[in-house]
Design a protein around this ligand. Sequence first.
Ligand code: AMP
Length: 376
Amino acid sequence: MDFNVPISENKVTDNFRIVSALPTIQHCLKSGAKIIIMSHLGRPGGKVVPELSLISVGELLADLLEMPIKFSDDCISEDSHDVTLGLRSGEIHLLENLRFHPEEDKNEKDFSSKLAKHGEVYINDAFGTAHRAHASNNGVTKYFLNKGMGLLFERELDYLSKRITKPKKPLTVILGGAKIDTKLDLINHFISSADNILIGGGMAFTFLLARGIDVGNSLVDLNMLNNAKKILNRARGKINLLFPEDFICAQSIDDNKNAKVYDVNHIPSSTCGFDIGPSTIDIFSKIISNSGTIFWNGPMGVFEVDGFHHGTQKLASLIADETEKDVITITGGGDSVAAIKKFGYLDQFSHVSSGGGASLELLVGNNLPSIYALEL
Ligand code: AMP
């Protein structure tokens, strides 16, 4: 499982990944399995870091399933193997953070074989780590004759691979957020396969600057300027690549009370754009309502701050409306999920991906080492 969830003061602060994993666990419980769950949490660097213990995950899981859960504080100790041996049908045994051992990331053979001693059937439902070749999702598989993917993993492949490579047309891709470098591969990939690409968020300004527009003090990544120019050139005449026509601007992020709408060609030099403006929402909404498949990654503005949240909230609500009309609506990536959760649309998308890096790799058509390991 991918139970790599945010934790603060020994409490899970976002249960999305755990809730997403429940169908597979419930299926195994109903089938009378004895379930041993392994996961990593954070980056403890191969040593025990108490703040990154899976205990609080186990507590939440026990609450969600309304049953007790056994826990071992070392995933490969003799004691942990004894707990596994003593399990009865319908019981769950959660192992402590795999990354408390450095061998997990190194995909070490001996560690993999000790993990494998916990079970007879191996199910990988940790989609969030699918782009990594670690012991628990790669090395371990060769010790199992019976292995496969879980229900969440299968669903992720269905939406992020099948339905994106053979989409119900037109395919609209909406990208936002602050970091342009993490989305370059996506843009390059979708230039050849999408019908529309709509770009908002902080990353839009690097493209606008590349087009010679004065973006004031808005966020730009000068290292990405050349890449942005190349993308603009490649996209010309090939695809409908749209940028915001107006922005909600302010002197600083704390100055939200004095924010004003400016046309993209008249952003005052002392201000920053923190959200897309009403004309942009109008233009984007027309494209959204004429799409067969919509993929969205990255907020349209600083949605965490009141006053700069409208663009992201409005787009979330427009896309959620399309789901009702049988349009395939998909979102993924940490901040997009946080945003639609904040605005209450989590259940109103066809699919909300539980993976960050893994979903990006899958979307651009790269092979995932943990899928390959299941096929061996
Ligand atoms: P990313 O991780 O690249 O998807 O970026 C997500 C972050 O981008 C969120 O925390 C937003 O607050 C931030 N963001 C979105 N639009 C802007 C903007 N116009 N200026 C600065 N930050 C932004």
